[in-house]
Design a protein around this ligand. Structure first.
Ligand SMILES: Cc1cc2nc3c(=O)[nH]c(=O)nc-3n(C[C@H](O)[C@H](O)[C@H](O)COP(=O)(O)OP(=O)(O)OC[C@H]3O[C@@H](n4cnc5c(N)ncnc54)[C@H](O)[C@@H]3O)c2cc1C
Length: 433
């Protein structure tokens, strides 16, 4: 396998290789490691630097919600002295950079893929600094390239500041005055709390969400989900994969106090809870009356997960070493929640959209997108022979969304890819540099 230096790459403008991986986040690098294991000639093309999205697309105070011990990639894992801690953004960047160095990934940074086409010989990739031909391609360009903002955003008056969680860095960016955070996943709750602590009155619009305690029976909830096999649930275990792929992130925060972050915490701080934002009419926001129901549903699902954990412990020969089972207070909501808030009285100055993210495939010229603009795939294998996808929620199993889920996915994809290349017979010419 050839490693390309920046000099080599810049010297030759049109190149051939067996496989191009698009994106040098952890998922693309995990694939690179597995391709190298199989001696498959490849190149990773990255528009920014390694770990670009963690450098440029996250807010300042963010910490991973997965504990350090869970940060592992093929051949590599967290080696620090705080396995139960949570990485800050600079630590995540360092972790992924170290991984790229460790696996000697052939990464060409500062190069944006502008078009990907299929032709009779394979794939043709245009970038802003040259073109490539390859037999197979792995799309590892991320699931969170752009904010997913609902259409209702267009109905807000121009003097209300709008910011997505993708643009948000810290409360200093916000106008003085009241803020509404829309979305009650991990992002929405973390931002609502931080903005509240900056002294601004915060309202949180709550739709469907996933409630989890940080610690249960003396262990981190991620530990339990790992141990009880919940994170290993795969495509065959799931009735509605489309739904599983669109579940909001769990209400968790990584903090050294192992703090619980749920709607009761929000209310306790003085953050006002309202239902899902439905629309804007006559200068007022309208909220769904379903707040109580969505909270009851989230409580129910949390208790179902805790029951799964309890049952798993019962099967454990040394289950008595764990703390006793407990249940958490149900989510407290107003019997008569607020259904409308005026935008005319100057009390709400800013809206923060914590409504999720979506990938950007504007450069993809192969007919593999469904009507919602997502790549059709079966566990990462697309309809286009030799084209693969990694780094998406529930790609093959529940843990696919997390850093530690990349290994199994990358190994599966590269196994399939290697067979594809073998069946294809002739790998494309390896160019002499
Ligand atoms: C707010 C937030 C918090 C998260 N917290 C956790 C957590 O606590 N624990 C955890 O395990 N996971 C967490 N995740 C999930 C997951 O780890 C990330 O989404 C992760 O970044 C996905 O990795 P990736 O390698 O698939 O994509 P990315 O890290 O997004 O990497 C994709 C790369 O592709 C590059 N790229 C994109 N388009 C092009 C192009 N056209 N040409 C060239 N390069 C391109 C990008 O620059 C980027 O570097 C979090 C995600 C978010 C958004």
């Amino acid at each position: 396998m050839r490693c390309y230096s920046q000099l080599d790459i810049k010297a030759v403008r049109q190149q051939f290789t067996d496989t191009i991986v698009i994106g040098a986040g952890h998922a693309g690098l995990a694939v690179s490691y597995c391709l190298t294991e199989r001696s498959i000639d490849h190149l990773v093309i990255e528009r920014g630097e390694v770990a670009n999205s963690w450098r440029n697309e996250r807010w300042d105070s963010l910490k991973l919600l997965t504990p350090n011990w869970q940060s592992r990639l093929p051949g590599f894992s967290y080696a620090g002295d705080d396995p139960d801690g949570f990485m800050s953004m600079s630590e995540v960047i360092g972790f992924i950079e170290n991984y790229a160095r460790f696996c000697k990934a052939p990464v060409q940074t500062g190069t944006t893929v502008t078009a990907l086409k299929l032709n009779s010989n394979g794939y043709h990739i245009k970038t802003d600094s040259g073109e490539w031909h390859c037999s197979s391609v792995v799309i590892a360009s991320g699931a969170c390239n752009l904010p997913a903002i609902p259409k209702v955003a267009e109905a807000f008056p121009a003097d209300i500041q709008q910011l997505s969680s993708w643009q948000y860095r810290n409360p200093g960016q916000l106008q003085e005055g009241g803020v509404i955070v829309v979305g009650a996943s991990a992002t929405g709750l973390q931002l609502a709390e931080e903005i509240h602590r900056s002294g601004r009155p915060v309202t949180l619009a709550v739709g469907e969400h996933v409630r989890l305690p940080r610690v249960y029976r003396g262990k981190d909830i991620q530990w339990w989900m790992d141990a009880a096999g919940v994170l290993d649930e795969d495509l065959d275990d799931i009735d509605d994969i489309n739904r599983a792929r669109h579940l909001p992130s769990p209400q968790l925060v990584g903090s050294c106090q192992h703090q619980i972050l749920d709607l009761n915490t929000m209310s306790g701080l003085g953050i006002r809870l309202v239902g899902r934002l439905m629309g804007v009419q006559n200068g007022a926001m309208q909220f769904s009356g379903s707040l109580k129901n969505v909270c009851a549903l989230a409580d129910l699902k949390m208790n179902r997960l805790l029951k799964t954990i309890d049952e798993w412990i019962e099967q454990c020969p040394d289950g008595s070493r764990f703390e006793p089972a407990e249940r958490f207070d149900r989510t407290a909501v107003d019997e008569d929640p607020c259904l409308g808030l005026s935008l005319d009285d100057g009390k709400i100055r800013t809206i923060v959209w914590a409504t999720g993210y979506r990938p950007d495939y504007s450069w993809l010229d192969v007919p593999v997108l469904d009507r919602k603009g997502m790549i059709r795939h079966d566990g990462g294998i697309t309809d286009s022979p030799g084209m693969y996808l990694v780094g998406m929620p529930f790609l093959r199993c529940r843990k696919s969304s997390f850093i530690h889920g990349a290994e199994d996915d990358a190994r599966f994809i590269t196994r399939h890819l290697a067979t594809f290349l073998k069946q294809k017979g002739s790998a494309p010419l390896s160019i002499q540099l």
